[in-house]
Design a protein around this ligand. Sequence first.
Ligand code: ADP
Length: 442
Amino acid sequence: MISRRSWLAELIFVSFSLLLLIGIGLWNGYPATTLLPPVLLYLAWHLYQLYRFSRWLERPKRNRMPWAIGIWRSICATGSELRERSRKHKRRLRSMLDGFQESTDALPDATIVIDDHDRIEWWNSAAAELLQLSGRSAKQMSIDQVIQDPIFRRSFREQDYTKPLQIPAPLDQSITLEVRIVPYGKGKRLFQARDITRLQQLETVRRDFVANVSHEIRTPLTVVHGYMEMLSEAEDEALQPWHQAFVQMHKQSLRMQRLVEDLLLLARLESSRGLDAQGPVEMEPLLHAVREEAEGLSGDNGHQIETELDTEVNIRGSVNELYSAFSNLVNNAVRYSPAGSCIRMRWGLRQGQPCFSVSDSGIGIDQEHIPRLTERFYRVDIGRSRQSGGTGLGLAIVKHVLTRHNGHLQIDSEVGKGSTFSCYFGETENRGQRAEDRGLSA
Ligand code: ADP
């Protein structure tokens, strides 16, 4: 910084020189003539210094730092110090930027920075390789010119960045990418794409394995179950000592059959891309059938099953899939609530959305379990679930069906008071295909 001492020295020098010149001028009788040339000379010198300084500021590399005396020496020294500081700062920033670029280049995921006009601003080498981005022209391109997948384009246009999408790679359809957009700053977005082909292949192998095993087991199981049923009902004296064992085996084979059926249903829901049928769903007969099944399950327990139905509200979708989902929920209500208690099914608009809900006054569920209930085989009380004939797959099926119908499940419950399971459907028009295309799963 320019010191006060330099300014003081300059002031003293100027004042002293002026006084001396005025004195000489008064002495020789020509004060103006004596004063003017040195003042003009002083001004010219300052102007010249200013010119050299400004030239140096503009192009410090080409012009040498002006040699100076007096206040200008101090000004030049400060200028040079500031320049050196800014150079160091720049160097530090550059090394930080290089470090950032190197680390993002090392990322295996394709990363692209999109500006507020949807244009590509920057990309790492994984993106260059995966999406063939190169040169200046890529910088002018919009991201949806590079990725022309209709699902991606639609969600990009609608600024729907909530869920990652699974789409084929633009240059090689055999590669599956999981893409995600994260908004940041003022209108900027970070695009990330990950090659999940291998993961998807493994997932397909797993799904096929479960489906094949279940399928293979189904026939022998039906035979075993048939015999067990026959033996458990046989009234032959010779078989009486085995009666209990046959009844138990019959019960277990029935449980296995249910498990196999549920596994097959889940596998089918996971692997088929579209819905079975997408016509308008007749809710009245559907709920009637669900109710009849639940009443059958309740049997002597005599649960009172009530139905509230708003026939004005309709959706499109697969009747079979919706039947599976709704009956799972109502059957659960029967299995987890005391005999004779009331179970209420409702169909109508809730918060502006078509909604099917089942309320019971049963055992309820602790809050800590609710987020995990739709996981396969997740049960609050395994013993109780098995005893009541549960497979642990019911709510996983419900979630899959809802996802395919662009819906979601909401669970409200209080231990000892009861539970309400609500299925919200996104739109009255079916968008199950879209949800499936996006690869959403429970
Ligand atoms: P399960 O065949 O074991 O019933 P589900 O997937 O249908 O499997 O349900 C998962 C778990 O959620 C159940 O084991 C049970 O603990 C709990 N649950 C489901 N519905 C109810 C309900 N209406 N009341 C209380 N608990 C329930």
